[in-house]
Design a protein around this ligand. Structure first.
Ligand SMILES: Cc1cc2nc3c(=O)[nH]c(=O)nc-3n(C[C@H](O)[C@H](O)[C@H](O)COP(=O)(O)OP(=O)(O)OC[C@H]3O[C@@H](n4cnc5c(N)ncnc54)[C@H](O)[C@@H]3O)c2cc1C
Length: 323
């Protein structure tokens, strides 16, 4: 991102004055980039309201495009001004306390779902998995039961190759529609996207929609699998406290939660960030956690598991923004 650059070696008064001027300049650039959009544009938007963790500082600007055309317009204007965009669904990210410079995009207005022939469903990027799952159940379509209880958007779930022990996104994705950095749309078949554990190498750009290949099934059976899995989650995961899903990837064949619990860290707390007492791979916000608390807790968990079990835990959570 090219806005807000500040020279070094200055007195603090000079620095403050340059910082004020460069922040004015950055704000002007951001106003130009967001001019003429049909969707909502919110300056200094508190991102804790946009994350399931309820943690994090503000975005310089949060844009909620009205539709795909609006998003493409934003991409073109951002590219011309060399301003980077970050897309947020909000359920697997930790936004740092300083927030995110530049533009954060929420696709929460892109929420159309269309049924296509042969059990194919097209969902716009901002459709959440619970909504998509309900839609497929109502059509007696099987293939997404594994996703019961995952709160992310369908696009976020493709990018993360979200999954559970019952299945993962790559099993259901047929193709994705991507708005490229130059603001043009292209459709990419799933066969051209390398999927791996909690990651998909999606071409550069923003996912605007996903085609899912589902399977005609029996509504009662689908519902039973979904209900059972939701009950299992309720019994084993801290769903009543703000969190961002699993903090660490499972170092297969082991499980991060088992290693953290074996290291004696269940319930360990820094500030209001705590290793869940219910499931050790979840970090919960007990009310007023700061991202710094969460980061210190993550570092402590990693150090302890490394020294006790010799395993280096890899983050599943995406950490974004400024300290
Ligand atoms: C209670 C709870 C339970 C969970 N259970 C599971 C689980 O069982 N399995 C699992 O895999 N995950 C789980 N998660 C985590 C989370 O829901 C998934 O990782 C999901 O895929 C994240 O989707 P999101 O839309 O919130 O994206 P975010 O978390 O906001 O973003 C994740 C990444 O995707 C990128 N991204 C998002 N949208 C787009 C887009 N349109 N185009 C391009 N890039 C994009 C972001 O920039 C970021 O890099 C859980 C989370 C919670 C809170």
């Amino acid at each position: 991102m090219k806005v807000g650059l500040m020279p070094s070696r200055m007195s603090s008064a000079q620095s403050r004055s340059v910082a004020a001027r460069s922040s004015d300049c950055a704000a002007r650039v951001l106003r130009t980039v967001t001019a003429g959009l049909k969707g909502q544009v919110r300056f200094k938007a508190p991102l804790k309201e946009w994350t399931s963790f309820r943690v994090g500082g503000p975005a310089d600007v949060l844009v909620i495009p009205h539709d795909v055309e609006d998003l493409c317009c934003l991409l073109r204007q951002a590219r011309a001004a060399k301003v980077r965009l970050f897309v947020i669904g909000g359920t697997n990210v930790l936004v740092r306390d300083g927030g995110i410079r530049g533009i954060v995009v929420s696709l929460s207005k892109l929420k159309a779902i269309a049924d296509e022939p042969n059990a194919v469903v097209y969902a716009e990027a901002g459709v959440t998995m619970p909504v998509l799952l309900q839609h497929s159940i109502s059509r007696s379509l099987s293939g997404l039961e594994w996703a019961a209880g995952i709160p992310g958007t369908v696009a976020g779930c493709v990018v993360m190759n979200a999954g559970t022990r019952l299945g993962e996104m790559k099993d259901a994705v047929k193709a994705v529609r991507i708005a490229s950095p130059s603001g043009t749309l292209k459709d990419v078949p799933a066969s051209a996207i390398p999927f791996s554990y909690r990651h998909a190498r999606v071409p550069r750009g923003i996912v605007t929609g996903v085609w899912l290949q589902l399977i005609p099934g029996v509504k009662d059976h689908i519902q039973t699998v979904v209900k059972d899995y939701l009950r299992y989650r309720k019994d084993t995961q801290p769903l009543t406290m703000p969190n961002a899903g699993c903090a660490f990837k499972n170092p297969k064949p082991d499980a991060a939660g088992r290693l953290i619990e074996a290291a004696g860290l269940k319930g360990f707390r820094i500030g209001d960030a705590q290793v869940s007492e219910k499931h050790a791979n979840f970090i919960v916000n007990r009310g007023d956690a700061r991202a710094d608390d969460v980061m210190a807790l993550i570092a402590h968990v990693r150090r302890t598991v490394q020294s006790k079990a010799g395993v280096k835990l890899e983050l599943e959570l995406k950490i974004v923004g400024e300290p």
